[in-house]
Design a protein around this ligand. Structure first.
Ligand SMILES: *[C@@H]1O[C@H](CO)[C@@H](O)[C@H](O)[C@H]1NC(C)=O
Ligand SMILES: *[C@@H]1O[C@H](CO)[C@@H](O)[C@H](O)[C@H]1NC(C)=O
Ligand SMILES: *[C@@H]1O[C@H](CO)[C@@H](O)[C@H](O)[C@H]1NC(C)=O
Ligand SMILES: *[C@@H]1O[C@H](CO)[C@@H](O)[C@H](O)[C@H]1NC(C)=O
Ligand SMILES: *[C@@H]1O[C@H](CO)[C@@H](O)[C@H](O)[C@H]1NC(C)=O
Ligand SMILES: *[C@@H]1O[C@H](CO)[C@@H](O)[C@H](O)[C@H]1NC(C)=O
Ligand SMILES: *[C@@H]1O[C@H](CO)[C@@H](O)[C@H](O)[C@H]1NC(C)=O
Ligand SMILES: *[C@@H]1O[C@H](CO)[C@@H](O)[C@H](O)[C@H]1NC(C)=O
Ligand SMILES: *[C@@H]1O[C@H](CO)[C@@H](O)[C@H](O)[C@H]1NC(C)=O
Ligand SMILES: *[C@@H]1O[C@H](CO)[C@@H](O)[C@H](O)[C@H]1NC(C)=O
Ligand SMILES: *[C@@H]1O[C@H](CO)[C@@H](O)[C@H](O)[C@H]1NC(C)=O
Ligand SMILES: *[C@@H]1O[C@H](CO)[C@@H](O)[C@H](O)[C@H]1NC(C)=O
Length: 712
């Protein structure tokens, strides 16, 4: 991702850098030599002293005292120099020729001459010009080979000068010669008048002749008038090394060879006046000096669009980093494209990876949320809260996580299935402590059943404190009947079999315990009292559990065995209905199970209240109705109207033995019961040792314990 971003930034920032142009600063003259006189630079081979000039031909004098000055003169002459160029030119200021005539006939004027010992008059940059209305002039040139050269021109005009053409020398007032030979080094100008201005008077009776730079004079009335004050006009001369010498000849004599600098070259001017030196392309400076030619830093001249690299004598335009080309046309480097591609690919990969991780995390979160929701929906929270509020120890009832169950069933392995029904599948499972458990996996959750399930879990937990809640729910009718019969037998024994009748006083489902084979035991004799034989009634403080309490005993405080019978009747109701003796969250008329049962019975709506799980076949129904009738008897308000505990026990035992043994209550329950009970079941909420004498009795704490296993 980072690489990707860096690449993007790199692509954006490729603006051309700004360059500053520096003036060329090169060696002009020899060290310690005057290289300037006023405005005029004095490059070697010119010099003001013998040490500084290369040859006397190039000797110049700088007169500092002249005014206005200083002024530079050629050698010790009066030829003023205004410019010296290393290209081989120099500009001098020679006098012009003039002549003026006074009305009295006197003549005032002079001709002009110029002599170069080693320089040549530039034949292309200068022109010979005559200005006047009555004038003619000759120009005589001495050439290199000493031959003479002469030509002339005349300027005439009429008195009114109406035909004068300003800007061009047509012979009318101004005559001009553009051509002179190329190798003239001596000049002499003679100016004459035809009639001493006696017939013409134009231009103030004056005439002028000069050989000057083309740009120095542009013919017009004004410029002619100005000429009155002008004594000198610039002229271009050529200089070269070794008059009458070629480059080849000069190079042979290396000690006198003027092109001293490295990276300099020699060339011959077209006028054949010797040779000249120049710096090679890419260098600038004075080629006549050692190391005079210096490399030009072309990069300072903004020659490149993007980057620039100066080299010795040349330069290279660079493309932005990552691009290739000549600096003008730049294209992405392949390697960069690869890098870029790799970067993008890497970035995309990272993005995908991140997205995948995020997706997985979200999925996991939503899965956990879903689990949490299911936990909530299935009553997990309610169950937890109830466990906490009722202070049930975690050992006696434990909530398993789905992963616990998965581990126990080897991830719900098909080989672990022990039963299947309409409501779900029952698996055999192993807990970490190697105890075998049955696990029911529901196919669907009916929200209405959740509440019921939780209540059942707690009810059966309290009914059979040490048994698993779900087991209690699915206890078949036969087992319930057996539990009832066995419990009744125990109570009957208490009442009659013992030498002294014992009244339990707190008969309730909590005090009927089951071992692993669902053998019932009656516990908690903390409230029980020995009743002397001669006293059939005992007056005590009313004691017992609300919902099970004998109403007669409550009214009279007279404790008899029939109080236990009443309480047992309520227990029977609990077995029949799967409801608790007292349920506070039910409507008023249903809160007290005994009262509700009696009212339902009165309205002949018994089926309404019975536990669905025991309504199997018709045979059971007969037994159930029998037990319901028995319970009704037990619940008689008058103790005397109730059957004795012995009668109850015998009735139940009779029903149990007479009834057909059929585990099958319904399809679903049958399988579950098989799975629950089939393989030497050792439920994990029951102590693992399976010792019937100890099972579940820790809830009794310090109370007396009567071991009644199997006792009837
Ligand atoms: C230049 O002149 C200075 C003193 O004027 C002198 O010390 C120096 O050596 C001279 N350099 C050369 C190259 O002549
Ligand atoms: C100037 O130098 C050249 C050689 O470079 C030589 O031939 C010539 O005679 C010299 N001229 C003078 C006036 O010293
Ligand atoms: C400089 O010019 C002045 C005035 O023209 C002259 O007197 C003087 O001699 C000149 N100096 C040199 C060195 O030529
Ligand atoms: C002619 O006139 C000029 C002034 O215009 C004067 O300087 C000169 O001396 C005169 N010549 C004669 C011979 O008179
Ligand atoms: C050229 O003219 C000069 C004077 O102007 C003269 O002295 C010389 O002899 C002439 N040369 C030739 C070859 O005629
Ligand atoms: C012009 O004047 C000069 C002297 O000033 C004289 O010698 C000459 O003859 C005159 N020419 C004409 C045509 O008058
Ligand atoms: C020019 O000369 C003529 C006669 O030769 C004279 O008449 C005229 O005034 C002169 N012009 C000037 C401006 O001196
Ligand atoms: C010539 O110069 C003088 C003084 O230097 C000046 O008064 C005059 O106007 C000038 N003439 C022209 C035509 O420039
Ligand atoms: C120039 O050189 C040629 C031959 O190379 C020679 O004939 C001629 O006289 C020379 N001229 C001068 C002015 O040295
Ligand atoms: C300039 O001179 C240096 C030193 O002699 C040399 O190395 C370089 O190649 C020369 N450059 C060119 C363009 O000839
Ligand atoms: C004469 O001057 C012009 C312009 O300054 C220049 O281009 C030309 O090369 C010169 N001629 C010679 C022979 O140097
Ligand atoms: C400078 O380099 C360019 C291209 O690299 C080349 O075309 C050119 O001839 C070189 N110039 C010199 C003086 O070497």
């Amino acid at each position: 991702m980072l690489i990707f971003m860096i690449l993007m930034i790199m692509m954006i920032s490729s603006l051309p850098p700004t360059l500053s142009v520096l003036p060329p600063d090169y060696l002009v003259a020899k060290p310690n030599c005057t290289d300037r006189c006023g405005d005029v630079s004095i490059p070697f081979p010119f010099g003001t002293t013998p040490d500084c000039y290369g040859n006397y031909s190039f000797f110049v004098t700088c007169n500092q005292t002249i005014h206005p000055g200083p002024k530079l003169f050629l050698q010790d002459s009066d030829i003023e120099i205004t410019d010296i160029s290393l290209d081989g030119q120099l500009t001098v200021l020679p006098y012009i020729a003039r002549e003026c005539y006074a009305p009295n006939g006197s003549r005032d004027g002079h001709g002009a001459s110029l002599t170069f010992s080693d320089f040549i008059v530039n034949n292309t940059a200068n022109k010979f010009t005559i200005v006047g209305c009555d004038a003619y002039a000759f120009i005589s040139g001495g050439r290199l080979d000493n031959r003479n050269y002469t030509t002339g021109c005349m300027a005439l005009c009429t008195d009114d000068m109406v035909d004068l053409v300003e800007g061009s020398c047509t012979g009318l007032g101004c005559c001009q010669l553009a051509y002179i030979p190329k190798d003239v080094r001596r000049l002499r100008i003679e100016l004459r008048s035809f009639a001493n201005y006696t017939t013409r008077s134009g231009f103030d009776n004056c005439s002028y002749a000069f050989f000057a730079a083309e740009t120095a004079f542009n013919f017009s009335r004004q410029t002619v008038a100005d000429l009155k004050n002008v004594t000198k006009l610039p002229m271009v001369a050529d200089w070269a090394i070794g008059i009458n010498m070629t480059c080849k000849e000069a190079e042979k004599n290396s000690s006198d060879y003027a092109c001293r600098s490295s990276n300099s070259t020699c060339y011959e001017p077209v006028n054949g006046s010797g040779y000249r030196c120049s710096c090679q392309e890419g260098y600038q400076g004075n080629p006549y000096l050692v190391d005079g030619c210096q490399d030009i830093n072309e990069c300072e001249l903004r020659k490149c669009r993007y980057g620039c690299q100066n080299t010795n004598g040349n330069f290279t335009c660079l493309c932005p980093k990552g691009y290739k080309g000549d600096g003008e046309n730049c294209s992405l480097r392949q390697s960069v494209m690869l890098k870029l591609g790799a970067g993008i690919a890497f970035g995309i990969m990272i993005l995908l990876l991140a997205a995948t991780c995020l997706c997985l995390a979200l999925k996991r979160r939503s899965f956990n949320k879903m689990k949490q929701r299911f936990f909530l929906q299935n009553g997990g929270i309610v169950l937890q809260e109830k466990l906490i509020t009722r202070q049930i120890s975690p050992e006696s009832l434990k909530i398993f996580t789905s992963s616990d169950l998965q581990r126990a069933t080897n991830d719900f392995d098909n080989n672990m299935i022990v039963g299947q029904g309409g409501f779900g599948t029952v698996y055999k499972g192993f807990l970490p402590d190697n105890s075998i458990v049955a696990i029911k996996k529901s196919k669907c959750i009916d929200p209405d059943q959740v509440e019921q399930f939780i209540n059942e879990v707690l009810q059966w937990h309290s009914f059979f404190p040490r048994s698993q809640s779900s087991e209690g729910r699915f206890l078949s009718w036969d087992i319930r009947l057996r539990i009832a019969a066995e419990a009744a037998g125990v109570l009957s024994y208490l009442h009659s079999a013992a030498a002294t009748p014992i009244i339990h006083r707190d008969v309730k489902s909590d005090n009927i315990l089951l071992d692993h084979s669902f053998t019932a035991k009656v516990s908690d004799f903390g409230a029980s009292r020995m009743v002397p034989l001669d006293h059939t009634q005992l007056s005590t403080m009313v004691q017992g559990t609300f919902g099970y309490l004998d109403p007669e005993y409550m009214q009279t405080n007279q404790l008899t065995e029939k109080s236990d019978v009443y309480s047992f009747g309520v227990v029977l109701l609990e077995l029949l209905t799967g409801r608790k003796a007292i349920t506070f969250d039910k409507p008023e008329e249903e809160k007290n199970l005994a009262n509700f049962f009696l009212s339902v019975l009165k309205q002949e709506h018994l089926l309404q209240i019975l536990d669905d799980n025991i309504l199997g076949n018709d045979q059971n129904r007969e037994q159930i109705i029998e037990v319901a009738m028995l319970a009704q008897g037990c619940l008689n308000v008058r103790g005397d109207d109730r059957p004795s505990m012995k009668e109850v026990a015998m009735e139940l035992e009779g029903l149990r033995l007479g009834g057909k043994h059929s585990w099958v209550q319904n399809e679903c329950n049958a399988e579950e019961m098989e799975s629950l009970l089939g393989e030497g079941y050792n439920g994990h909420f029951i102590d693992g040792d399976g010792d019937s004498t100890s099972v579940g009795f820790d809830s009794l704490r310090s109370h007396d314990v009567l071991q009644m296993s199997g006792g009837r």
